[in-house]
Design a protein around this ligand. Structure first.
Ligand code: GUN
Ligand code: FE
Length: 465
């Protein structure tokens, strides 16, 4: 049996709750079986394959997962997995539905939950009118805690089991989110926003205070249970060069940490950055000069990167969060996904709530397909689900823990319902292939298609409960 590849985790409280089906073995340590159609990915398309080639995957029409203490022990054809299970292992029968690894959202702002769907005149106007106003309230830990609770429930309802999350400038916003995530056993990566200029006075920190506050949060939370810290300069416009220096110093001191920010999202923003940093070759180069491009750094948007930028992202191991609903909603522009993949940049999916219009990564993939198509690139359905699962885990450096059902991984998974709505059921009935069904879920699906969401083997969300 494979060794656990991570430190022992605190017991997931959900495993002790009545969310776990009753019966022998319905405890954290006992084995359990899940039966249903299973799809997961073992890799990206081979190097040299056409950019739109399908990633490597395994598909079992009648599959099984054997889970023990929240960890995947086996994944394969049902008969084989069932034969390997201890006698009388309890069974969770999901036949007729599709089991997938939990979805990974690599760019989202939890404090913007309450301003989703607020129309503005482009990014900078939207930030001033809505985002900064909403984020001010997170000075109050009670607001932060209540919102974090709603946010985590919304992630689960949408099948998202891991996210890379922006807090606000207030360190207590991150404490609140991590406390809530820890209660639920969710694997989250998050950080306190660093912003010391070009924003309202009430949201400003300083280069020094942002360094000190981030460091305290790192010491308190990094690697605690399933939680990870992300160094989070908001974007180059709202950080002084001294603050980007401080962020770079943190990245050097804690090289295993995720870095997250925004880049090249909007034409007015790009022009502003050019004026603020006249010595930099490009917007991305501002971050590069401060040591902020590296493996497990994740930049959102990147619509206005050039070829040299894309190459630099690929070479440095920096990933891009594709946030198509946000890019459409804020009128930011259309990412040329084909160019980004062609350059070998790691890509994952971001909801970018509240600039994005949905917590659902199914909806996000649906928008991604359409945006890519407008730029002449046709996303394959298998590729789409790879981007929303294993690719996201890779971008965050979490591939050894999550992203697929390899033995030893944490059993975060979702169950997709092919009959979630009358239209989906009707259209699915005519579908001939896995590709076709995946395409229907990403085009017609949303939170209603998520029948259940499991975290460390425990069902934390059941639509019909
Ligand atoms: N750039 C800087 N801050 C933000 C933000 O909160 N949302 C988006 N979409 N872009 C940003
Ligand atoms: Fe964002």
């Amino acid at each position: 049996m494979p060794e656990r590849d991570h430190a022992p985790l605190p017991m997931n409280p959900a495993l002790r709750s009545d969310a776990t089906p009753p019966g022998p073995g319905a405890t954290a340590g006992a084995a359990r079986l899940v039966r249903g159609e299973i799809l997961h990915f073992s890799g990206a398309p081979d190097a040299g394959a056409p950019a739109d080639a399908s990633p490597a995957y395994e598909h079992y029409a009648d599959g099984g997962l054997l889970i023990e203490a929240g960890i995947v022990r086996r994944c394969g054809a049902w008969a084989e997995v069932a034969a390997a299970a201890p006698p009388a292992t309890p069974l969770d029968d999901q036949r007729g539905r599709l089991i997938l690894p939990g979805l990974v959202d690599i760019h989202v702002h939890y404090p913007q939950t309450d301003i989703i769907a607020s129309p503005g005149r482009g990014l900078l106007d939207w930030l001033e009118r809505y985002a900064f106003v909403a984020e001010r309230r997170f000075a109050d830990p009670a607001v932060a805690r209540e919102t974090a609770g709603f946010f985590c429930e919304e992630l689960l309802r949408n099948g998202t089991t891991t996210a890379l999350v922006f807090g606000t400038v207030h360190p207590q916003s991150v404490d609140a989110l991590f406390e809530v995530a820890q209660d639920r056993g969710l694997r989250l990566v998050a950080g306190k926003v660093m912003m010391d200029r070009h924003c309202p006075e009430f949201l400003r920190d300083t280069a020094q205070s942002s360094y000190d506050d981030s460091k305290r949060l790192i010491e308190r939370w990094q690697g605690v249970g399933r939680l990870g810290y992300a160094i989070t300069p908001r974007f180059a416009a709202s950080s002084s060069p001294a603050q980007l220096e401080a962020a770079g110093a943190l990245a050097r001191e804690f090289p295993q940490l995720v870095v997250q920010s925004h880049v090249a999202e909007n034409t007015a923003e790009v022009a502003w950055i050019r004026a603020l940093y006249p010595d930099s070759r490009s917007y991305l180069d501002v971050y590069d000069r401060h040591g902020l491009l590296k493996p497990h750094a994740v930049y959102a948007h990147g619509i206005y990167l050039d070829g040299a930028d894309r190459q630099r992202m690929a070479d440095s191991g920096t990933a891009l969060a594709f946030c198509p609903t946000s890019n459409l909603f804020l009128g930011s522009g259309l990412l040329d996904l084909g160019q980004v993949l062609e350059a070998g940049v790691g890509v994952g999916m971001g909801s970018d709530v509240g600039g994005g219009t949905s917590f659902s990564l199914l909806r996000t993939l649906g928008a991604a397909y359409q945006v890519a198509h407008l730029k002449g690139y046709v996303m394959r359905p298998l590729q789409a689900f790879y981007l929303a699962t294993l690719a996201g885990a890779r971008a965050l450096g979490l591939e050894q823990h999550i992203g697929n059902f390899a033995p030893g991984k944490e059993a975060d998974f979702i169950v997709l319902d092919p009959a979630a709505t009358p239209l989906l059921a009707r259209r699915m009935a005519a579908a001939q292939s896995l590709d076709e069904r995946l395409f229907l879920w990403l085009t017609l699906g949303d939170d209603r298609a998520i029948a259940s969401t499991y975290v460390m083997g425990a069902p934390l969300w059941r639509r019909d409960a």
